[in-house]
Design a protein around this ligand. Structure first.
Ligand SMILES: O=C(O)c1cc(C(=O)O)c2c(n1)C(=O)C(=O)c1cc(C(=O)O)[nH]c1-2
Length: 252
């Protein structure tokens, strides 16, 4: 009996075929922050300017930490070709050359979004509006990448499978819903659609190669759930910080 209940010494289950595994990864879209109530209000144009500014200021903390997360991935990656590809992600955010024009990078583009919503540059860059829950969630993501095999960290970036739609929603809706936001500020969302698509292609290649057993495939789904929780917690904290009746003097 003891032998019957002991865990198997090795995983006897066959891995899912790639199409089945990929479909299971993609099905996690149902937990993406696109479905968070705060994102719903944001994209239906229901938020006041101070709530949009609160979202932009808090999300900026994610933006500035992403290249550090990607540097942690690089630090663990022993393969030169893979590092070359991954390095692009850091440059996409930190920029190339000067801080003007189309190569200025995602952080600079997000800071233009901040200015377009009326946030002072100093308010954005000082992170003075960043909520504890946002900081904890984002830092958890960076720490995960710092402590995991690079393939697992690559898999955690696969929430980007679902990001092109959320960026496209903003581009389609915001100009008429929030006419007070200068349209040049939306450049970040436009730039991310092709980059997210390229990143996901690479992330899926890594997942396909790394997840050669059912146990690793299940681990990948857990990792994706963790990252979905990071994004969801960020919006929970932002929603809580900026209720409709927030006193005037505490509004960003
Ligand atoms: O606006 C969004 O909803 C959203 C979501 C995500 C995501 O799914 O993690 C990213 C981004 N934007 C984004 O702009 C971005 O550069 C990015 C990088 C990563 C990552 O995990 O490496 N996710 C995301």
């Amino acid at each position: 009996m003891v032998f019957d209940s002991a865990p198997p010494a090795f995983d006897e289950r066959a891995p899912w075929a790639w199409t089945e595994f990929e479909a299971r990864l993609r099905a996690r879209e149902s937990r993406y922050h696109i479905h968070h109530p705060f994102n719903g209000r944001l994209n239906r144009g229901e938020l006041a300017p101070f709530q949009v500014r609160g979202w932009v200021a808090n999300r900026f903390y994610y933006q500035v930490r992403i290249p550090q997360k990607d540097a942690a991935v690089l630090a663990h990656c022993p393969d030169r070709e893979e590092r070359r590809r991954w390095l692009e992600r850091i440059l996409d955010h930190d920029g190339r050359g000067d801080y003007e024009g189309s190569n200025a990078g995602g952080i600079e583009a997000w800071s233009r979004l901040g200015e377009a919503t009326g946030l002072a540059r100093e308010d954005l860059w000082s992170h003075r509006h960043v909520q504890p829950g946002v900081r904890f969630a984002v830092d958890a993501y960076v720490n995960f990448a710092a402590q995991s095999p690079w393939e697992e960290a690559a898999i955690s970036s696969l929430t980007e499978m679902f990001a092109p739609r959320i960026h496209a929603d903003r581009l389609a809706g915001w100009p008429s819903l929030y006419p007070w936001i200068q349209p040049e500020g939306l450049g970040y969302f436009r730039s991310r659609i092709p980059l997210a698509t390229r990143d996901v292609e690479h992330g899926l290649e890594v997942a396909r190669r790394w997840c050669s057993t059912r146990a690793r495939q299940e681990r990948a789904l857990e990792i994706l759930d963790f990252k979905l929780d990071v994004l969801w917690c960020m919006l929970d904290a932002i929603e809580r910080a900026y209720p409709d009746d927030l006193p005037e003097e505490r509004r960003p």
